[in-house]
Structure formats: C-alpha cells, structure tokens
Design a protein around this ligand. Structure first.
Ligand code: 6MZ
Length: 351
C-alpha cells in the first residue's frame, strides 16, 4: 500500500532546531498551567473559558496578535514549577512526533511576585531536560537562552553571563538566541553582547530578516557570522538583498524555516511563496522547524508534509532534509554520530 506523505513525515526521525519553549506549549498544557496558577493564587481570575476566549480572539491573525499570545502564556507560566511542567510536556510532545534531537530556546524571566529569578527559571528548565534524558523518551535535548530584542543591552549581558555559566556547569546550554517582536528596536544594538557570547564559546542562532526592510540591522549581525539563522524570510528580497544573500552564502549560515509560523504571521501568503525554494535550489542548508507549535497548532511532521506537498519532494528528499539537519545541531560530534547512525537504520528499513 502506498504511504501518504504525512505518514512518512511522522515516522521519519527528525531534529527540531527552532522551538521557543513558551510558544511550544500545547493547549492541554496551558489548561494544566491555568489550574496550577489558580490553585496557588485563588485571587487570580482567569478561568479556562476566559483563557480560550483570549486565545481565540488573537489566534491566527497577525504577527502583532501572536506576540499578544506570548504575553498570555507567560502569565500562566510565571513560576519555577510552571516552567518545569511546561518544559517536560513540550519535550514529551516532540518525542511523540519522532523528534530525536531537540534544541529548545527560551528567554530567562525574572518574576519578583512568584520569587522566580532568571537563574531559577533556567534551573527549572534544566531539571526538566535532565529528567527527560533519564527517562525512556528517546530524545536528546539541548537549550539555547534567548535574548528578547525588547530587553536592555545590560540585561542581555546578564543572560550571556548566565548562559556561559550554565554551559560550563551543565553542558546542556549550548547557545544563544536573539528573538522577540521583529518590528521593535534595532537588533544590531546587541552586537557587543553577541560578540562576547561567541568568544565565550556559545553558538548563535539569530532571528534575522523575519519581516521586510531589515537590511540595516541584519548586515552587521551577518558579519559575526551567526551559526544559524531564524526565518530569514526576506533576506533575498528588497533593498540590499544582494549583500545579505552574499554574506549568508559566504559564511554558509543554515536557515531555519518555520512554515506555519510564516503563514499565520502573514509574512508569506502561501507555502509555495516561502523562501524554501530559493535556498533549496541553490543547495544552501535549510532546516524545517516549528517555531511555536502550541501557538500555531502544528507539529514538525506536518511542517515537513507541507513542504513536501508544495515543493513536490520525494521521500528520499525528505529523508535527506532531515538527515542533513544533523550537521547543524549545536551538540558535539558524539551526538551527531549517534543520530546519523539512527537515521541510517531508519533509511535501511524504510526505503
Ligand atoms: C520572534 C519569537 C517568535 O522565550 O518565553 N518568539 N520571536 N519571532 C517569532 N516568530 C513568530 N516566536 C516566539 O518563548 C516565547 C518568546 O519567543 C520569542 C518571543 O520573544 C516570545 O516572547 P519563551 O520560551
């Protein structure tokens, strides 16, 4: 019997390299977090019904709406316990989708009213990751700490210091992400912070050119160069596109492409218009990712299937996309070799 594309994408082992923790929280976990928050704070009034109303009101309309949802989610995950619960659930859901290696990224938050500090937030997330490693989920996880571009350079520097400390201590923190609403502030203000992070051994995955007309901030950051690039939807379009494309090609910076995210935030109007084709045709490394699987109600398997259908990819091409992504993970060669062997076993059984 012929396999359908989505079924193949589901059984395909995958790596997920662009997943924001809060954005990846499923509705099921959100309900758990609302209960946790209500139990601890009887005065807190947001009921499940209110929550669904808020979610529906803002879901799936624009980039602006999506950033409102993040605020709502962060409100229900504002304690160490909530961060731990959310992280465990997110990892289990990725594992159930046959993700064998996951790089989660998250912005360390400091919430004085719950006593959570940036440090204790990171510790809670790392505890969840370590417990998942000790379970039989069959997934390897690493963490990137995120700098929200709305933050001050001083706070960003503190996040870098924490990232370096936890990289040394745990080995599980492997890099830094620069993210946040791409329409606010100038990402190149963080250049000194990113230079410091890079020289300390952290790998850099930066959100760049997610929206149009961002060449001015993008060009200096491409000179770093970053180790991976989030979205990059408009690198090949508009003013200075030749310079941006030139730098990305020169430094062979892999591009993380998040299909449903780009559709929902309306940065592209249909899958066929994605920048996937542009880079794939030029044999430039591209990695299929979910971005925020909870907020966008998607899975990595579905993202692969969308790409397969729109760009008429064969099972072999899908396998190659998944296999090649292993080259761009931030974990060491031991993990890369282990994953490559696992993929080869799958290939020998399913081709
Ligand atoms: C830019 C994004 C994003 O850090 O609380 N984030 N930044 N573009 C996107 N495309 C839609 N999706 C998520 O996860 C939520 C945070 O991730 C970033 C935003 O800063 C958001 O507040 P954490 O785990």
């Amino acid at each position: 019997m012929e396999r359908n594309v989505l079924n193949y994408c589901r059984i395909l082992p995958k790596v997920e390299l662009h997943a924001h923790l809060s954005g990846s929280i499923s509705e099921k976990t959100m309900i758990k977090l609302i209960k946790l928050k209500t139990d601890k704070n009887p005065d807190w009034q947001l009921s499940h019904a209110d929550w669904q109303f808020h979610l529906k009101a803002v879901k799936g309309k624009s980039l602006e709406d999506v950033f409102l949802i993040f605020q709502l989610i962060q409100e229900i995950s504002d304690s160490e316990e909530a961060a731990y619960v959310a992280c465990k659930d997110v990892i289990s859901e990725f594992a159930a989708d046959n993700v064998k290696y996951l790089e989660l990224r998250t912005t360390p938050r400091c919430i004085p009213k719950t006593g959570m500090t940036r440090r204790s937030y990171i510790e809670s997330v790392l505890r969840a990751i370590s417990e998942c490693h000790s379970s039989d989920l069959g997934i390897e996880i690493r963490l990137l700490l995120a700098i929200d571009r709305r933050t001050s350079v001083k706070d960003a520097m503190e996040i870098v210091e924490l990232a370096v400390e936890f990289m040394m201590k745990s080995g599980l923190v492997v890099g830094l992400d620069l993210s946040g609403d791409p329409t606010v502030n100038d990402a190149s203000d963080f250049l000194p912070v990113l230079i410091k992070a890079k020289s300390a051994g952290l790998r850099l995955a930066l959100h760049l050119a997610e929206v149009p007309d961002k060449a001015q901030e993008t060009l200096p950051l491409l000179e770093l160069p970053p180790d991976r690039l989030g979205h990059g939807t408009f690198l090949h379009k508009g003013d200075q596109s030749e310079n941006m494309v030139g730098l990305v090609k020169k430094h062979k910076v892999p591009i993380e492409i998040c299909v449903t995210s780009n559709l929902i935030t309306s940065t592209v109007s249909k899958v066929e218009d994605l920048h996937f084709q542009y880079w794939y045709d030029r044999k430039h490394p591209v990695i299929i990712c979910t971005d925020d699987k909870g907020v966008f109600s998607c899975s990595l398997s579905e993202e692969f299937a969308l790409i397969a259908e729109a760009f008429k990819l064969s099972e072999q091409q899908l396998y190659d996309l998944s296999y090649d992504a292993i080259d761009y993970i931030f974990a060491g060669d031991d993990i890369k070799n282990k994953l490559q062997n696992e993929w080869k076993v799958f290939h020998s059984r399913h081709s």
